[in-house]
Ligand binder design. Structure first.
Ligand SMILES: N[C@@H](CCC(=O)N[C@@H](CS)C(=O)NCC(=O)O)C(=O)O
Length: 221
């Protein structure tokens, strides 16, 4: 049995559609830490471990349960110093934190809205009502009205990625010469949503496709 169990979100097709789980998958792969995957649906999360956790990813290790992807990433670096670091230096840690906030406010909201109806349709049937009601509460409108503006949201998200396109003209990865946690954050979102979207998240001629292909050649997407 692996020393780590990663609780991951599973949809009706067996795809993990959580961008936050994907970043931890990549972090574990990067560190060379093997893990056992435990597939859960939304309604199973409250039954994980102590029964107090509300979101995935959750990591189980040595009898303890840890959630919140950023805290898990920090814990992996501090707790397993013999493995390659996710944040090479305090400066890189701060920049990754900035990137997380920028990506989470400028890119993820429109990207999520652009594909939320596709996501909803592939949620396990018995969880669709839960997904609909929680996400409609978050948006303050129905999934159908969000979906009606899906193309506009996709246009906004693609435009918001411009700083990444510019940065990646100068270095192969957001982490510089090697992929870092900022790459995992962005790749994780694309890996989570791409399999379920009707419209490709990145236009075919987007220069970011090359960087995604690089990621695919290094990590298991
Ligand atoms: N801040 C959390 C966010 C994680 C999160 O939002 N996970 C979603 C899946 S993408 C979730 O578990 N949602 C549970 C629910 O909606 O009931 C993290 O970084 O781990």
């Amino acid at each position: 049995m692996s020393a780590f169990r990663l609780y991951e979100l599973d949809n009706a097709d067996g795809n993990c559609t959580s961008p936050f789980v994907w970043r931890i998958r990549f972090a574990l792969q990067h560190k060379g830490l093997e893990y056992e995957s435990v597939r859960v649906g939304f309604l199973d999360i409250p039954r994980i471990g102590p029964g107090t956790l509300k979101t995935v990813p959750v990591i189980e290790h040595d009898g303890g349960f840890f959630n919140e992807s950023w805290k898990i990433a920090e814990w992996l670096d501090v707790g397993f110093p013999e493995t390659i670091s996710l944040f090479g230096s305090p400066a890189e840690y701060s920049m990754a934190q900035f990137f997380d906030k920028w990506f989470g406010t400028a890119v993820m909201p429109p990207l999520f809205r652009s594909c939320v109806y596709d996501l909803f349709q592939r949620v396990k049937p018995h969880e669709q009502q839960y997904f609909r009601s929680t996400r409609e509460k978050m948006f303050g409108e129905s999934l159908e009205s969000v979906a009606a503006r899906g193309h506009e949201y996709l246009r906004i998200a693609r435009k918001a990625l411009l700083p990444m396109r510019l940065a990646l003209r100068r270095a192969p990865f957001l982490g510089g010469t090697h992929p870092g946690y900022a790459d995992f954050i962005a790749w994780g979102t694309l890996a989570a949503f791409s399999p379920i979207t009707r419209a490709p998240l990145l236009a075919p001629d987007d220069s970011l496709n090359r960087w995604v292909d690089c990621g695919r050649s290094i990590l298991q997407f």
